[in-house]
Design a protein around this ligand. Structure first.
Ligand code: GLC
Length: 586
């Protein structure tokens, strides 16, 4: 008898693509659970909820930044990469959290924010101290631009016309040395100069330090911004805008692949894993994503792309919301499915701490909140890719109705409101109405644990208001209710773990021109799933074209749905916001 030797490929494969059957849960620590009573979520709060996460069935927790930070952008402005901010706890607490997750079979992925640091990071403090400081070149310093023959050297002539993502110019004048520094985000988030090899070495050393401490990977913040066109040319100024768009010169810049491959070699290559890397990449195209995520190229496991979260805006401007067309959504997500079918891998998300709440945005947060939250979960998680659940999404948490601008906390909102009312001539009411649907604070209200005061999030005074609907939308009401949104997420997550066709099957989009029904097939040689979702409050008949449909669905089994079984309803009839998943095969 000949025994087949396992090939190198077959031995490595399970470890290499473990994340295909994994589900990631994102925690935004400030808003998750507060143990200390100061009104801000913290690590011990998270530790107290580990059983809740385990019960949900997620495999990985991605923790938004908990590092030392002045909190200008809620921790995405880091002043010490190797310590925990006292707001959130201590390194010991973080170790306990890591161990607690590991003990329950879950992994911990940290946020890696290295396009920029805080202006209070010692690297920047040194860099700004003098023009000949050894760290001067760790950031992007430029002299004032010469305007109309004034010989340069004056304030008021930024090196180029770029605007910051958070309104205002992308350059800040520094009195001490008479130069400007670049900050794509707030003026307290100066951009690191990745051209400098010392910067890269310092970042890799820090990443290795964390991996040595037992963390299991990184979600890399705006990582496709790190390579910039060193000429820093002016960008085009769109109608109604005050500043130029520099993104063509810093998104996916000339050395981005080189930097990510170097990072992989220096940090990940020699580690047995299994680790997870996901690059947040605004503006990334499908073709670029194939290069970033092709395992042969050794860059990152997957990327967060932004196409599907820009479809409900004019010109990708979140302050100019418009109605989403389901055909646009299917076209976009379908293209990503096809584009990454052969090489690379998708990440799947409806929401995160920068996006509006999924059920309010893509579903119906009124009469059909629970049905649509479940339908959205089924549709997203049954695509090919690794799904991400943002805290509270598993409860069907909704957008918040804020009142005055003083109710908001996000620097992006506050800066935009100031600029729009003072420089662009809009009224307060106009600006508030326009920013309501898509602002980031929608997703940052505290997680609703129970119906008690402040939703059980804190015994103190919460840093941002709790959504008043916590009285009926909360975890305590859901965890033991088999019909709850939470229980539905458990089912959907479990399906990925038990059904190889969910984690590994091919994807085929159906009905691309239907404005109400989202339909697709997943298939492996011996199993097929037909997934149908009604994105409307009206009944829909699904008109499957025989040519599109690989198997006879008439005998397939309904394995998942968000309505109670009702034999009198035809198989291909969908009630408002209904989800049906049929399985054919062995
Ligand atoms: C990413 C983060 C966002 C942050 C920005 C700057 O987009 O997700 O929250 O404001 O980067 O770090």
């Amino acid at each position: 008898m000949t025994v087949e030797q396992p090939t190198e490929e077959s031995v490595e494969a399970p470890a290499r693509d473990w994340f295909k059957s994994a589900v990631v849960y994102q925690i935004y620590p400030r808003s998750f659970a507060d143990s200390s009573g100061d009104g801000i979520g913290d690590l011990r709060g998270i530790i107290s909820k580990l059983d809740y996460l385990q019960r949900l069935g997620v495999d990985v927790v991605w923790l938004s930044p908990i590092y030392t930070s002045p909190q200008d952008d809620n921790g995405y402005d880091i002043s010490d990469y190797r310590d925990v901010d006292p707001l959130f706890g201590t390194l010991e607490d973080l170790q306990e959290l890591t161990d607690g997750l590991h003990a329950r079979g879950m992994k911990l992925v940290m946020d890696l924010v290295v396009n920029h640091t805080s202006d209070e990071h010692p690297w920047f403090v040194e860099s700004r101290s003098s023009k000949d400081n050894p760290k001067r070149d760790w950031y992007w310093w430029r002299p004032p631009r010469e305007v109309a023959g004034d010989g340069g050297g004056v304030q008021g002539a930024a090196p180029n016309n770029w605007g910051s993502v958070f309104s205002g110019p992308a350059w800040e004048f520094d009195q001490a040395t008479g130069e400007y520094y670049l900050h794509i985000f707030s003026r307290k988030q100066p951009d690191l100069n990745w051209e400098n090899p010392e910067v890269r070495a310092a970042v890799y050393e820090m990443m290795n330090w964390w991996l040595d401490r037992g963390v299991d990977g990184f979600r890399m913040d705006v990582i496709n911004f790190i390579s910039k066109d060193t000429a820093l040319p002016d960008g085009p100024i769109a109608a109604g805008m005050l500043y130029g768009d520099g993104s063509p010169f810093f998104i996916g810049g000339p050395r981005i692949h080189e930097f990510l491959q170097e990072m992989h070699r220096e940090v990940f290559a020699d580690r047995p894993g299994p680790l997870l890397t996901v690059g947040e990449m605004p503006g990334v195209t499908v073709d670029q994503a194939v290069l970033f995520t092709d395992p042969e190229r050794a860059e990152v496991d997957m990327v967060f792309q932004f196409e599907h979260v820009a479809l409900d805006q004019e010109d990708g401007n979140k302050w100019r919301p418009k109605k989403l067309k389901l055909t646009d959504l299917k076209h976009s997500l379908g293209r990503w499915q096809t584009g990454l079918a052969e090489r690379g891998w998708n990440s799947l998300y409806w929401g995160n701490h920068d996006q509006a709440r999924a059920v309010s945005r893509f579903g119906n947060d009124g009469q059909y909140r629970e049905l649509s939250a479940k339908m959205l979960a089924g549709i997203l998680h049954l695509h090919r890719g690794t799904p991400y659940v943002y805290q509270g999404e598993e409860l069907g948490m909704t957008n918040m109705t804020f009142g005055a601008i003083s109710d908001y906390r996000d620097i992006e909102v506050l800066n935009h409101h100031r600029e729009a009312t003072t420089h662009l001539g809009h009224t307060d009411a106009e600006v508030l109405a326009a920013l309501a649907p898509l602002n980031r604070d929608n997703a940052r209200t505290p997680v609703q644990w129970d119906a008690s005061r402040h939703a059980g999030f804190t015994t103190g005074s919460p840093w941002i208001a709790v959504n008043p609907n916590a009285n009926h939308i909360n975890a305590a009401a859901q965890v033991d209710d088999p019909d709850s949104v939470y229980s539905f997420y458990r089912q959907v997550i479990a399906l990925r773990h038990s059904e190889p066709v969910v984690s590994h099957g091919d994807f085929t989009m159906l009905l691309p021109r239907d404005e109400h029904v989202y339909a697709f097939v997943r298939s492996l040689p011996d199993t097929q799933l037909l997934v149908l979702g009604n994105f409307s409050g009206q009944d829909q008949e699904v008109a499957l074209d025989g040519a599109d449909v690989p198997v006879a669905w008439g005998s397939a089994v309904l394995i998942l749905g968000n309505y109670p079984a009702e034999p009198s309803v035809p198989r291909l009839h969908l009630r408002p916001w209904e989800l049906k998943v049929f399985r054919a095969g062995r």
